[in-house]
Design a protein. Structure first.
Length: 372
């Protein structure tokens, strides 16, 4: 239950900031949302065309339940603003090896969370998806109701609705110490470490992530939904994932392994030749019909990693009435609505109870990724 209305300033109009601002405004609070470049701008981690939403997190029940809640809130929001197309229910296919402990744990937690999924044998995977060249031992988990969020458009829709219901949006630089008397929530993504270099600089690891879109053969429907879902191939430590052809952009392919460090302000957003070669080699193996497909588009974005992949959703230890919301760590986009609910409850409660995994104090300067 929310307390009496208060005044809030939310810094950062990515998915976390947009949903925090929108949730607070819906509860009747006066809210100003500020971003220096615009909602889901091209340098933001929220600024790409599409993001996966799925509930499989191995044994990690916390993020599974957050994903389930977020999917319901995304769909509810899209229906309310007449933008149902911003969630593409393609299904999400997670390719698994027979001894994959992560997959085994996912099945248990998905059942507990009442998430519908199919367990596909290797033979069933090859039968359903003949366009994929799958090794004989590889099966899959298929989350039927999962899929893709149209990321940039989705965030911009949340901000537009926030403004429509009385929120204030300003495009302006974000100072580290706002002086308007409002409570402050800093959800600045990859810029959090720059805004608070002493506090967060050593605890956030920004990595360059390169994404390619490949053109499809004329008239070939095998790489469009429903023939092909969103998929993840972490077998043999590959860390590859991809999307079917959405909005006629082409076949999207990316690698989830952490890339080199990146400066979000000054980095050139041009994909490297080595990444193109790596992706082509993977296509030749896994999607042979696309082995010679042309690159029709590309993007360079960034992950904002914490030491282990857990979010930071906590008070600022040195600024009164200020909060931090970040550490999306490459998997945060889907959780925007649940993060919005959670942070709104924290900042309006007289005695907030913070999930220990989201505390700033639990973050270290050494990376050991544990959330996938």
């Amino acid at each position: 239950m929310f307390e009496k209305p208060k005044s809030f300033t939310v810094a950062g109009a990515g998915v976390f900031g947009a949903w925090i601002a929108y949730t607070l405004r819906r509860a009747g609070h006066a809210v100003t949302l500020v971003d220096p470049f615009g909602p889901a701008h091209s340098r933001a981690s929220s600024g790409g065309e599409s993001r996966i939403i799925r509930a499989s997190y191995g044994a990690d029940e916390l993020y599974t339940r957050m994903a389930v809640r977020s999917l319901a809130l995304w769909q509810e929001f899209f229906a309310s603003v007449g933008r149902a197309e911003l969630f593409q229910r393609t299904g999400v296919l997670w390719l698994t090896e027979p001894d994959d402990a992560h997959a085994k744990a996912s099945r248990v937690v998905l059942r507990q969370a009442q998430v519908e999924f199919d367990e596909l044998s290797p033979a069933e995977v090859r039968q359903r998806y003949p366009q994929m060249n799958i090794p004989p031992q590889v099966g899959a988990i298929l989350e039927r109701n999962a899929g893709a969020l149209m990321a940039r458009q989705a965030v911009q829709a949340v901000v537009a609705e926030f403004v429509r219901i009385g929120g204030t949006y300003r495009q302006a630089a974000v100072p580290p110490d706002l002086e308007d008397g409002s409570a402050r929530i800093y959800a600045c993504g990859a810029w959090l470490g720059k805004l608070f270099p002493d506090l967060l600089g050593p605890l956030l690891f920004l990595t360059r992530q390169e994404i390619l879109f490949f053109g499809l053969p004329p008239g070939d429907l095998r790489f469009q939904p429903p023939q092909l879902p969103v998929w993840l191939d972490f077998s043999a430590q590959r860390g590859m994932y991809g999307f079917p052809d959405l909005e006629s952009r082409g076949f999207k392919l990316a690698c989830d392994r952490h890339g080199p460090s990146i400066d979000p302000d000054n980095a050139d957003r041009v994909v490297s030749l080595s990444t193109i070669q790596q992706m082509r080699a993977y296509l030749a193996e896994r999607f042979p019909a696309l082995a010679r497909a042309p690159v029709v588009d590309s993007r360079v974005c960034q992950y904002e990693n914490t030491c282990n992949g857990d979010f930071i959703l906590d008070r600022h230890p040195m600024i009164e009435n200020a909060w931090l919301a970040g550490g999306g760590s490459g998997h945060g986009f889907k959780h925007g609505p649940a993060v919005g609910e959670y942070v709104a409850q924290l900042v309006t409660s007289e005695r907030p109870r913070i999930e220990p995994r989201f505390l700033l104090a639990g973050k270290t300067t050494r990376q050991n990724r544990a959330v996938f």
